[in-house]
Design a protein around this ligand. Structure first.
Ligand code: GLN
Length: 310
């Protein structure tokens, strides 16, 4: 595992990152519409690094399960692209940064039901709809995929949390109905949103997310062989860099210099191609829905290790 010469060994460095970035005061926010995301204490902070040489380093609350939320969108995209029929997906969703919030309705209407990218909610709904062609229980497919990559049982769908989020999902339902109206959703809007919310409600630890994301750092090769081709891994990394943090993608690229994907559960998956996958989790969010302490920690880690694609 390569780090710059003046940085300490990775285990010590991660412990230092936890000391420096675990929140001491209650800054930031939690999503008002998702009740269960309000429960983790503000000072939770975990980080894990899974390396391409097969090691896993962890520190802080790296073994506590959290709600992966939109980190799931990276995995559903990879699953959709790994299918033989993947060509048709790119006629239904673009690959451009949106510059708008992840659940914005305005752009979708102006652009006639074609979402800007697969990582905003409308785009992720299209990807979930696409996966439902294979099996109607897309969330179960995602769970199976993640468990396979982690290599042992661990990830689970928090069905109670999913039900509670579903009862306040008017906005996601509105997006799904817009998509349907424009002919860009094959399954019923309600069924797609249900699957989408259940995939977002998967609980995983930092260690598990880092292990599950490792295929993106090693040319598409995961725990059970090739998930996607090397070119697809490059492309997903590019979409993470330009769209993974929504309307803060530019700021994240500036500060961290790595492809990343956040979720409103406070997790972020970041990829160092050829080296490792990193997952950091701290529940309090900035105004764009990205982990406040998690982003700061990744900026610090990339500065101290030299890990960056630039
Ligand atoms: N389930 C959340 C939503 O649809 C996911 C959003 C996110 O993590 N950015 O609003």
């Amino acid at each position: 595992m390569m780090t710059t010469l003046d940085s300490p060994p990775l285990g010590l460095l991660l412990a230092d990152i936890v000391r420096g970035h675990r929140p001491r005061t209650e800054a930031g926010s939690v999503p008002a519409n998702i009740p269960h995301l309000q429960s983790p204490p503000f000072d939770r902070f975990g980080i894990a690094v899974a390396t391409t040489s097969g090691e896993v380093f962890r520190s802080g609350d790296a073994d506590l399960p959290f709600s992966i939320q939109s980190i799931s969108k990276v995995f559903t995209l990879a699953m959709a692209l790994s299918a033989d029929d993947s060509g048709s997906l790119w006629s239904r969703v673009l690959r451009e940064p949106s510059g708008t919030s992840f659940n914005s309705l305005v752009q979708l209407e102006v652009e006639h039901g074609i979402p800007r990218n697969p990582f905003i909610n409308s785009g992720a709904l299209v990807v979930t709809d696409h996966l439902m062609e294979r099996s109607p229980d897309a969330a179960a497919q995602v769970l199976r995929f993640l468990t396979g990559q982690v290599g042992q049982p661990g990830p689970f769908i928090d069905e109670i949390a999913a039900r509670s989020e579903l009862s306040s999902s008017s906005r996601n339902l509105a997006l799904a109905h817009f998509l349907k109206e424009f002919g860009n959703l094959r399954r019923p809007a309600q069924a797609v949103v249900e699957n989408y919310v259940r995939q977002c409600s998967i609980m995983m630890t930092c260690v598990e997310v880092a292990k599950a994301g490792l295929f993106l750092a090693q040319d598409g090769r995961g725990a059970q062989g090739a998930v996607i081709s090397r070119s697809e891994a490059k492309r997903i990394g590019s979409i993470m860099l330009t769209c993974g943090m929504y309307d803060a993608a530019g700021e994240f690229a500036y500060r961290v210099g790595l492809p990343g994907k956040s979720g409103v559960g406070g997790g972020i998956l970041a990829i160092v191609p050829g080296e490792c996958a990193i997952c950091v989790w701290s529940p309090r969010l900035d105004s764009k829905g990205n982990s406040l302490a998690g982003t700061a920690a990744l900026a610090d880690l990339s500065d101290r290790t030299g890990w960056s694609i630039f």
